[in-house]
Design a binder for this molecule. Structure first.
Ligand SMILES: C[S@@+](CC[C@H](N)C(=O)[O-])C[C@H]1O[C@@H](n2cnc3c(N)ncnc32)[C@H](O)[C@@H]1O
Length: 346
């Protein structure tokens, strides 16, 4: 079961960071970002520290609001958020053509929600690779509870340098994770290396779209808010992402921004104008309640000092994501299916 209670949320803030150090970690994290005077090169150079601080600080908030899968999904009318999230995961499995018994790698696996769903759906063995120790510890507990600890496991490693032999996996996927890479080509090259020849890699990427104007101040602000609220060094354009996949050696089978035809906008669950009982905690009213709870728990010492600041930058993220989604300058679901050729010359 995911850690869904308010006390779990409060006591989990900071992940593996010592509780007394949470406030200074929030300080350091914020300073990496443009909204607090930080710059992109610094975020790229120190991506491990920046991204790990981010996930130590926010994972219990994510678990409280989202459950076990930390990603958006395109959505049909009449579909619940949780149904759409699972369908989005099944879609990846279908695109990869997963077959029972195959060995699969989940790059940037969070606490393993998608891994468990896809492993059960496709009867595959999935390894979750993640550089955040706290998330892996949560993932191991949840795999054990789900009865998947014999067939699925985790590796604590950086996806820019994976401790995995060449040609190891029958399929690789990444869900809203490789956008944290300081260099997309380097990251995709690592994925290419560990994938068996002739096999496929599929991803959902966070990207700025062609409608993004780098000289537009409002667009710049939205991009900076999304980077701050989501631990990102820089958000690439969909075209840059596609170019990077090709540069890494992959042949692109097909690609599409799945946000474009989604009947229900992907950002609706966090849009201030939207209300839903089934995803109440993600709504503006739900977040208002969480904010007050966290403030009270921080005051009495149950939540570490700095918890309210984490909630505040997550609020910024929500604003940036909704504005970016509404203006169609940002997508959380640029999909591509890419194949590693059988031979280098193929
Ligand atoms: C938005 S979360 C998505 C998690 C998961 N894919 C899901 O959908 O639930 C991004 C994940 O990427 C992981 N990550 C970020 N940078 C990483 C890196 N350099 N190496 C390995 N994992 C990384 C984070 O720790 C986090 O688990």
């Amino acid at each position: 079961m995911s850690k869904a209670g308010t006390l779990d949320l409060a006591s989990g803030v900071g992940g593996k960071i010592q509780k007394d150090d949470v406030l200074s970690a929030v300080d350091k994290y914020e300073k990496y970002h443009v909204c607090y005077g930080g710059d992109q090169e610094d975020r790229k150079t120190n991506y491990t520290d920046m991204v790990n601080k981010y996930y130590d600080l926010v994972t219990s908030f994510y678990e409280y609001g989202w459950g076990e899968s930390f990603h958006f999904a395109p959505r049909w009318k009449g579909e619940s958020l949780q149904e759409s999230i699972k369908r989005h995961e099944h879609f990846l499995a279908l695109q990869l053509g997963l077959k029972p018994g195959q060995k699969v790698l989940d790059v940037g696996c969070g606490i393993g929600g998608p891994l468990r769903e896809i492993a059960r759906f496709s009867m595959t063995s999935i390894t979750g690779l993640n550089n955040n120790e706290y998330q892996i510890s949560r993932g191991k507990v949840l795999n054990r509870i789900a009865g998947l600890d014999k067939t699925c496991d985790f590796v604590k490693a950086d996806f820019m340098k994976m401790p995995i032999p060449d040609n190891s996996y029958d399929a690789v996927y990444a869900i809203e994770a490789t956008c944290h890479a300081p260099d997309a080509v380097g990251c995709y090259k690592e994925i290419y290396r560990v994938l068996k020849p002739g096999q496929c890699f599929a991803a959902y990427e966070w990207c700025m779209t062609d409608a993004y104007d780098p000289d537009n101040k409002e667009h710049q602000k939205i991009k900076a808010e999304i980077e701050l609220g989501n631990g990102l060094p820089d958000i690439r354009l969909t075209s840059q992402c596609l170019e990077a996949v090709k540069k890494a050696g992959f042949e692109v089978v097909w690609e599409k921004d799945l946000a474009v035809n989604s009947p229900v906008p992907w950002y609706l669950p966090i849009d201030a104008s939207y209300f839903s009982l089934s995803s109440f905690r993600l709504t503006a009213l739900g977040r208002f309640c969480t904010r007050n709870l966290v403030a009270a728990l921080e005051k009495v010492g149950v939540a570490p000092k700095g918890s309210q600041r984490v909630q505040a930058f997550l609020e910024k993220a929500a604003e940036g994501l909704v504005d970016g989604g509404r203006k169609e300058i940002f997508t959380s679901m640029y999909f591509f299916l890419a194949r590693k050729p059988l031979t280098e010359a193929e």
